[in-house]
Design a protein around this ligand. Structure first.
Ligand SMILES: Nc1ncnc2c1ncn2[C@@H]1O[C@H](COP(=O)(O)OP(=O)(O)OP(=O)(O)O)[C@@H](O)[C@H]1O
Length: 499
């Protein structure tokens, strides 16, 4: 009998069906891999099992008995521990406190000696690979990203749960750290524990897994024994039948690309979260950045925009070095940046639409004071090109739908036309019709000669709009897909390859 069974679990958030039908069966003493493209529902399935998300429907069984798991604490009492993709550490606390924090009885006196002694058992598992400055007493905020990820792993291990779920636990780790972690997981498996594992590397999946469950579009499509399948079959299951449609939708490469002028030239660029990224971008070209979420794509775009300067490498814009040290400087040179994270990078909440659409124009034109009527006239064509729906320039931007807010954010960059448009997952959380309007405009801007870099976590958007796609994994580029190679199969295959 399977130790853990999830049967037809589903979860909807507003208009998004995060999980339509998640099925999963995990045995004692196995490593069970979950795989699926961006947004397919892997994390939601894990969160349902770990009690941090309540399913809308479906059933969970532990050793054959139906259970309801209301919260993470209850999951723990059922013997389920989880490592979350988004780290959940307390930055000001020590490594030891973070490892054991969630296991401590709330609010009672903590025996510090005992705490350190217990935490040290988990730290010792990674002896020799934790790196400089790592100790039970170090505060988490002083640690590097890989070291923080190790703390999160130790925290999950310290639950001693019979069922352990790891949602992308190795993204920041180096080879030696991954090897050690895998040795630990193999030992746990030999003890009869059940491990559920989401990874972004096909070689890791085949090195460690016993079985693999493939999720596509919120639905479990197959479970296979690792020794009875191969990477190509797993990728075909991820892609499903719709790949042909995506391929025919692929955009014809930009006309006269060979003759077009190189606008942006990036050489061996490295920084926090990405390394050795190189490409040339011509006028009129749409360059796609692809791969699984968070593999360095956004970090590269933010570096090019000057929001987090790179540590090494070169960037030149129209043949002149672009010293990308501040967004103000790059904006003046003709670079624009639009993020899908509107709350962080986009809207000025609570302020009127006019103020939201004109700040870049004001910066570029050095306008301290300008008549609102002239600003409105400047903004109108860009807003119209995007079919933006709004009642008046004086209304607060927060009165608009997400799609129309994003159109305002994009329009602000188009009043004074940039040479390079950096799009950082620009359609996150916006409706289909706004997406359609946006991509129509992007194609038109490219046809008029703008050079565009597009990161999208929706693979179909890349396959349908990019002339070329650089596929990222672990901060590096695994492959460049051009022409007829821009298929869903190749994109997924490259997304799971080591850079
Ligand atoms: N709390 C939430 N609110 C709204 N939408 C959500 C929420 N959590 C997930 N989603 C959406 O549900 C879908 C499935 O998300 P989920 O994180 O489970 O996918 P995933 O396969 O784990 O992909 P990834 O690892 O790339 O996040 C996505 O479209 C995601 O944007």
């Amino acid at each position: 009998m399977a130790r853990l069974v999830a049967k037809a679990v589903s979860k909807t958030y507003g208009a998004t069906k995060a999980l339509r039908r998640g099925d999963l069966e995990v045995e004692a003493g196995e490593v069970h891999v979950l795989i699926g493209s961006n947004g397919s529902g892997k994390s939601t399935l894990c969160k349902i099992v770990a009690g941090s998300v309540r399913p809308d429907s479906g059933e969970l069984l532990l050793d054959g008995k139906p259970v309801t798991i209301n919260d993470p604490q209850e999951a723990k009492t059922y013997g389920i521990g989880i490592f979350y993709q988004e780290l959940s550490l307390a930055a000001h606390r020590t490594v030891a406190e973070n490892i054991l924090l969630s296991n401590l009885p709330g609010g009672v006196f903590v025996d510090r000696k005992q705490l350190v002694a217990t935490a040290s058992r988990y730290i010792a598992l990674f002896d020799g690979v934790t790196g400089e400055g790592f100790s039970a007493g170090a505060t988490v905020e002083a640690l590097r990203p890989d070291q923080r990820q190790l703390v999160e792993i130790m925290k999950a291990l310290s639950t001693e749960a019979p069922i352990l779920i790891f949602d992308e636990p190795t993204s920041a780790l180096d080879r030696a750290q991954v090897d050690r972690f895998f040795d630990i997981l193999r030992r746990l498996k030999a003890e009869g524990r059940s491990i559920v594992f989401i990874s972004h590397r096909m070689d890791e999946i085949f090195a460690l897994g016993d079985r693999v469950t493939v999720i596509r579009d919120g639905e479990t499509v197959a479970t296979k024994r690792i020794d009875e399948t191969d990477a190509a079959e797993v990728i075909r299951l991820m892609v499903g039948g719709e790949s042909a449609g995506m391929e025919t939708a692929a955009r014809a490469p930009a006309a006269n690309k060979a003759a077009a002028q190189t606008v942006l030239s990036v050489g061996n660029l490295s920084g926090v979260g990405f390394h050795n990224v190189s490409f040339d971008l011509a006028a009129g070209e749409i360059l796609g950045l692809g791969g699984l979420h968070g593999q360095g794509q956004s970090a590269v775009l933010r570096a090019l925009f000057g929001a987090s300067p790179p540590s090494s490498g070169s960037v030149s814009l129209k043949g002149e070095p672009l010293d990308a040290n501040s967004p103000r400087a790059t904006i003046k040179r003709g670079v624009a940046y639009v993020s899908g994270d509107r709350r962080r990078d986009g809207v000025i909440a609570g302020r009127p639409i006019l103020e939201n659409v004109t700040p870049i124009h004001a910066l570029k034109q050095r306008l301290a004071l300008a008549a609102p009527s002239s600003l409105r006239d400047r903004a109108k064509p860009a807003l119209e090109a995007l079919r933006t729906k709004f009642a008046g320039f004086g209304h607060p931007i927060s009165s608009l739908s997400g799609g129309n807010q994003q159109k305002i954010v994009i329009a602000r960059w188009l009043i004074d036309r940039p040479d390079v448009l950096l799009l950082d997952d620009p359609t996150k959380g916006i409706d289909l019709s706004a997406k359609t309007d946006l991509f129509q405009l992007i194609r038109k801007l490219a046809a008029e000669g703008m050079a565009i870099v597009l990161y999208s976590s929706e693979d179909a958007e890349l396959l349908g709009n990019a002339d070329r796609i650089l596929v990222f994994n672990g901060g590096g580029v695994t492959r460049e897909l051009t022409g007829a190679d821009r298929t869903a199969f190749n994109l997924y295959q490259a997304a799971y390859e080591a850079a």
